[in-house]
Design a protein around this ligand. Structure first.
Ligand SMILES: Nc1ncnc2c1ncn2[C@@H]1O[C@H](COP(=O)(O)OP(=O)(O)OP(=O)(O)O)[C@@H](O)[C@H]1O
Length: 896
């Protein structure tokens, strides 16, 4: 028995040897089968326990393996999960990357590159994973095969076990039956031999043991069965789980693959989009590059052009700087030329203005016959149709319809010369009520369009000073005085005192003639207007028979202009005298008595003195009788020299004032005719030629006369020969000269300067030419003034004296009335020798004076003509002579 057990143990050990951890499951199952076979063969009670033990071990091993497989599957699953998470995070990163809009294409490119590399990595990983998956699949397949094998084995084992169990049961039944048979045999034996008790006990023990073994075996079988069942179910569960897991992982793998594919597609799409975008960007970049290149080139070109232009600008700037430098000089030159032009036009200009009829005057009875385009005018006496017409010529004649603006337009050029340091004197001259105040100031409370010369001149002055602001600074001051009864009063005195003011004995060229008169600085025309309004309200005005608001004094508004050249610092002083003269009047007509008469006499006297001064100046006499009146003393600096004088000759068109008007016109013509003829001759080439012709013919005449004189001098019977032998050529023996001769001489017959004498030695009658110049002038002045003074002082209130005064005034070229017997057109009828002699030079004078001046102008002016040609051209706006018309002097000579 012991040997049998030992043998069984050995057999189990052999199986145990086979049962090794590394043994395949097949061998484990064979071990189980072997054990079961052996246990069935041995059929003893010990077998089931060992079988169970072995089976347990085998099952444990199978469990372990399944657990290992499950663990492996879990690890795989975790690995998949981890990879999935990794993919998810990468996908998120990629999505985030994809979502994020890149501004820089390079960054996008880099990202794309990065993504591409990532993608390739991912693809590689995917490949690996796929490989892994394949491996896993393979493993799973193997597992499946194994599991199915196991299942089959299990089934087989189960079946075998059931068979064996049944066999065992049958065996057990057989054993039982055998045992029962043996028991019965034993019992029989027992019965047969009751002696053998031990055997019986043993049999019972065996029986018990058998029973026990049977029970245990049954129990074990049941237990094993249940365990196998549970293991089976457990295994099935686990298998199902594993299958489920595998399915899940497959699904997940598929999902992942799908995801990967969609993402891949998406990424490919995005890649395409990016590529397209990049292409666009590239093309844009290319374009930009191209544009940038073009712009660069353009910039370079522009830079070059700019530099060139800059250089040009630089050179231009240099030129400009030079030009600016020379501009000043040119400006000065221009001003000089302008002033020379003004000089050439003559320093004394006469503009005649005929005022319109007043409401109470008879408009049909006008003395004005016609007005020419070039300063000609004709007057006639409508009450005496048999009388001849009288023609005059001035620089300009304004008809009754002319406006204030028209009148000023010809005055304007003079105004700017004041700012260049010249003295200008503008005054109105004429009979009372002829419109002097109107021309000079305008009507009372005048609107701007009715402003007179005064206001317009000032306005212009301020305007020009404003225009020159960048080159010159000007300080302008105003004085306003009146000369009433030969006394000077300040019309702008702040204290209202009627203090008499003195005149400087020797007035400075640019100084103040009346230093005590208040000077008011002004900055605008308005300031001046205000001051002038104050001054005019202070002026002495009263009603006369001729004018209900007649000015009884001469008012003089003086504008002092102190200029400073901002560049050179040079200063200049110019002044403008705006003189509104009191009206000349015939005392008989103005019906003046008492104070009015005294006023009238003073007025006439000062006007006469003014006429003398102007005439002397126009004659270029070396002595100008300024001191004969306060008016001329005040205006001394502005009359003569380089000063420019503009005289408005005012004419009343009414026939009742014919004689006064005629007298005024005659005076004005004499003043204007001499100087302006010369001025115009230098300006107008045709006149110059004409005058040159005249000069040539005159020289011929002179030569003839010289011959005649020589012949006469040689002739001992000739009185000239006798006188010259007795007194010599410059003998002052003819000092006693009649006033008539003096007056004729004063009409311009004699040249006063030595140079003039040199040029024109025989312009005057030799018999008169022997008179000493200074003495003659002094005598003429004294005669003229003495006569006037005497008449004014002695003949007060006497109408015949007034008449005589008028005649003398006219004869002396002074102001006042004119008798109708005198006519500027009529050739003087010599009543005596003196007159006869006077007639000759008078005729010569009318022709020679312009010629002489023309020659002087030609000698200096022609050379200058080329210089001032441009200026003269620019001055073409100035009055042009009518075709075929000659200078006033020439026309005067023709008239005579
Ligand atoms: N051109 C003109 N147009 C319109 N009215 C004029 C003109 N000239 C003068 N008058 C008028 O004639 C009148 C006399 O003129 P104004 O007072 O100017 O003369 P006057 O010569 O200054 O006189 P007086 O010497 O006596 O002062 C005024 O009423 C004035 O308005």
């Amino acid at each position: 028995m012991k040997g049998g057990r030992h043998c069984q143990t050995q057999s189990f050990n052999v199986h145990a040897v086979h049962f090794h951890q590394n043994a395949p499951t097949q061998s484990l199952l064979s071990v189980i089968n072997g054990i079961l076979d052996e246990s069935i063969e041995r059929k003893n009670a010990e077998i089931p326990q060992r079988v169970a033990c072995l089976l347990r071990k085998v099952v444990l091993e199978i469990e372990r393996r399944i657990a290992t497989q499950a663990e492996h599957l879990r690890t795989q699953s975790n690995l998949f999960k981890a990879r999935e998470d990794k993919y998810q995070s990468r996908i998120k990163v990629l999505e985030a990357l994809a979502k994020g809009t890149s501004e820089e294409s390079e960054i996008v490119m880099n990202q794309l590159q990065h993504i591409k590399s990532e993608k390739s990595k991912m693809e590689e990983k995917k490949k690996f994973e796929q490989q892994d998956t394949a491996k896993l699949q393979k493993l799973k397949d193997e597992n499946d095969v194994e599991v199915s094998t196991l299942k089959q084995e299990l089934e087989m084992t189960k079946r075998m076990h059931e068979l064996r169990y049944m066999e065992l049961e049958t065996q057990a039944k057989l054993v039982r039956f055998d045992l029962e048979k043996r028991l019965m045999e034993q019992e029989k034996l027992l019965e047969d031999s009751k002696v053998k008790t031990e055997d019986l006990v043993e049999v019972s023990t065996l029986k018990q043991e058998l029973e026990m073994a049977k029970k245990t075996n049954e129990l074990h079988s049941l237990q094993l069965e249940s365990e196998a069942k549970s293991v089976k179910s457990d295994l099935e569960k686990r298998l199902r789980k594993q299958e489920q897991l595998l399915e899940d992982s497959k699904v997940k793998i598929k999902e992942l693959e799908m995801n990967c594919q969609t993402k891949d597609q998406r990424w490919t799409k995005k890649e395409h989009v990016y590529e397209a975008f990049l292409k666009i960007q590239w093309s844009g970049l290319e374009e930009l590059k191209h544009t940038s290149d073009t712009i660069k080139q353009e910039m370079l070109l522009t830079q070059r052009t700019y530099l060139e232009e800059l250089n040009q600008v630089g050179t231009k700037l240099k030129k400009l700087a030079k030009a600016a430098q020379s501009y000043h000089e040119v400006l000065n030159e221009n001003r000089k030329l302008f002033n020379e032009l003004q000089d050439l036009k003559g320093n004394i200009r006469v503009y005649c203005r005929v005022r319109p009829f007043r409401s109470y005057e008879n408009q049909k009875q006008t003395i004005l016959e016609s007005i020419g385009e070039h300063g000609e005018m004709t007057v006639t006496n409508p009450t005496k149709p048999n009388d001849s017409q009288k023609s005059f010529r001035f620089n300009k004649v304004y008809g009754p319809m002319s406006t204030q603006a028209e009148v000023f337009s010809d005055t304007q050029p003079l105004i700017r010369t004041i700012l260049d340091g010249y003295n200008v004197c503008i005054f109105a001259y004429g009979q009372t009520g002829s419109g002097k105040t109107y021309t000079m100031s305008g009507p009372d409370n005048a609107a701007k369009e009715d402003w007179g010369v005064n206001y317009r001149a000032l306005d212009d002055l301020f305007q020009i000073s404003e225009d020159r602001r960048s080159f010159f600074s000007y300080e302008i001051g105003v004085q306003m005085i009146e000369i009433y009864n030969e006394q000077i009063r300040d019309l702008l005195s702040s204290d209202g005192s009627q203090k008499k003011l003195g005149i400087l004995a020797t007035p400075q060229a640019h100084g103040l003639a009346v230093p005590d008169a208040s000077m008011h600085p002004v900055r605008s025309t308005e300031d001046v207007i205000e001051l002038m309004d104050i001054g005019l309200s202070n002026r002495s005005v009263s009603s006369t028979a001729m004018n209900e608001r007649s000015s009884r004094s001469h008012s003089v508004v003086t504008i002092h202009v102190q200029g400073k050249d901002l560049k050179s610092g040079a200063t200049s002083h110019g002044s403008l005298h705006l003189v509104d003269l009191a009206g000349s009047e015939r005392v008989d007509r103005s019906e003046a008595t008492g104070d009015r008469l005294k006023e009238a006499q003073h007025i006439n006297k000062s006007l006469s003195a003014l006429g003398d001064v102007i005439f002397s100046l126009s004659q270029k006499n070396p002595h100008v009788p300024y001191r004969n009146s306060k008016l001329t003393q005040v205006l001394q600096a502005s009359l003569g020299g380089r000063a420019k004088t503009l005289m408005f000759v005012q004419v009343n068109p009414d026939v009742s004032s014919y004689s006064e008007s005629l007298s005024t016109l005659k005076f004005a013509e004499r003043v204007s005719g001499v100087e302006l003829g010369a001025a115009r001759s230098s300006k107008e080439g045709r006149d110059v030629r004409e005058l040159m012709d005249q000069m040539a013919s005159l020289k011929d005449t002179i030569a003839k006369k010289d011959e005649e004189i020589e012949r006469l001098q040689k002739d001992p019977r000739s009185p000239i020969s006798r006188r010259s032998l007795k007194n010599g050529p410059s003998s002052p023996s003819t000092k006693t000269i009649s006033p008539k001769v003096s007056s004729l001489r004063r009409m311009g017959t004699r040249p006063k300067s030595t140079s003039d004498q040199d040029d024109f030695p025989s312009y005057y009658d030799p018999s008169i030419g022997s008179i000493h110049e200074d003495e003659n002038e002094g005598l003429r002045s004294s005669l003229s003034m003495n006569d006037l003074t005497a008449q004014n002082t002695t003949g007060l209130g006497d109408s015949s004296t007034d008449e005589r005064f008028s005649e003398i005034s006219d004869g002396d070229l002074s102001v006042g009335t004119d008798t109708e017997t005198s006519s500027s057109h009529e050739v003087a009828k010599p009543s005596n020798i003196a007159d006869k002699r006077a007639d000759k030079p008078r005729t010569v004078s009318r022709i020679s004076q312009p010629s002489r001046l023309a020659t002087a102008r030609v000698s200096t002016g022609i050379s200058r003509l080329s210089e001032v040609k441009t200026t003269l051209r620019a001055a073409s706006a100035l009055k042009k002579p009518a075709s075929g018309s000659s200078s006033p002097a020439a026309s005067a000579s023709r008239r005579r």
